[in-house]
Design a protein around this ligand. Structure first.
Ligand SMILES: [Zn+2]
Ligand SMILES: [Zn+2]
Length: 272
């Protein structure tokens, strides 16, 4: 069943909202809405999750520590600060590319990424569920990837500029799922500092990410600060990548198959 609903194309400066109409899947009334209990094991952190998060956080802390020590020793603050800023900005772009890939290609059986693809599929059906996930449960997969990538760099160099870039970039990528979870929370449930950072565009703004969960489901993929979203949306960068993948490999992205009920939010009452 489809209904025609307005779609708002969100502008990061809040100055433009182009409204179009698109077909939206309206799930039948018989669709079962999950009632997630706080003690649901799917959402709880295990000791393995905490161990991966500790390992990932330690590798990031080592990078940042080496950056601070190297900067203090050299007295040159400018280059490490610039490297850290570049790391923060590129982490947002990296989060968008990864999210786009996971949303559009592969399935639960895909090697290495299958569980992430399945998790994002579930997230698109029940977006609010991410706010019920415990901290380490939500972050452990990225923490594991960060640890594997960062430990060799920890060992190989003491260069303050390299470590500043790696520490900030890897840290932002590792915590991007927390920024993502905060973007799904209501303002009243968030710490004031988080709301202030979201409103300033330093962390992913709530309204910007909500646009990702509305048709056409093919924009606003970046989830660190969202600073790249407007540029990527405006220049149809992901559409161009999808076309290149299709021409080269003949694989269609999921976003071309909309409306797809598997990637549409099921309507229902969100558990409090
Ligand atoms: Zn998504
Ligand atoms: Zn989301």
């Amino acid at each position: 069943m489809y209904t025609i609903k307005p779609h708002c194309y969100y502008n990061t400066k809040g100055s433009r909202c182009i409204t179009t109409t698109r077909a939206v899947v309206t799930p039948p009334s018989s669709v079962k809405i999950p009632r997630i209990a706080a003690e649901d094991p799917e959402l709880q952190s295990t000791w393995a999750h905490r161990a991966w998060l500790t390992a990932g956080s330690t590798s990031v802390a080592v990078s940042l520590g080496k950056a601070v020590i190297g900067t203090a020793d050299s007295g040159n603050f400018i280059q490490p600060v610039v490297a850290a800023a570049v790391g923060y900005i590129l982490a947002d772009l990296g989060s968008g590319l990864y999210h786009w890939g996971i949303d559009n290609y592969g399935d639960a059986s895909t090697p290495m990424f299958g569980s992430q693809i399945n998790a994002f599929r579930g997230h698109h059906r029940w977006p609010w569920m991410i706010t019920k996930r415990q901290f380490a449960n939500n972050l452990h997969a990225l923490a594991r990837a960060v640890m594997i990538a960062v430990i060799p760099i920890n060992i190989l160099t003491d260069d303050a500029v390299v470590q500043a870039f790696v520490g900030v970039c890897a840290g932002c990528i590792m915590f991007s799922q927390q920024f993502h979870a905060w973007s799904h929370s209501t303002k009243s449930k968030l710490p004031l500092a988080v709301v202030a950072l979201q409103d300033a565009g330093i962390l992913l703004p709530r309204q910007m990410h909500m646009a990702h969960h509305r048709p056409p489901y093919n924009d606003n993929y970046c989830i660190v600060s969202g600073v790249w979203n407007e540029f990527l949306n405006r220049h149809n960068v992901f559409e161009a990548l999808e076309l290149a993948v299709f021409i080269r490999f003949g694989v269609r992205p999921r976003s071309w198959n909309e409306p797809d009920t598997n990637w549409s939010e099921e309507l229902g009452v969100q558990p409090g």
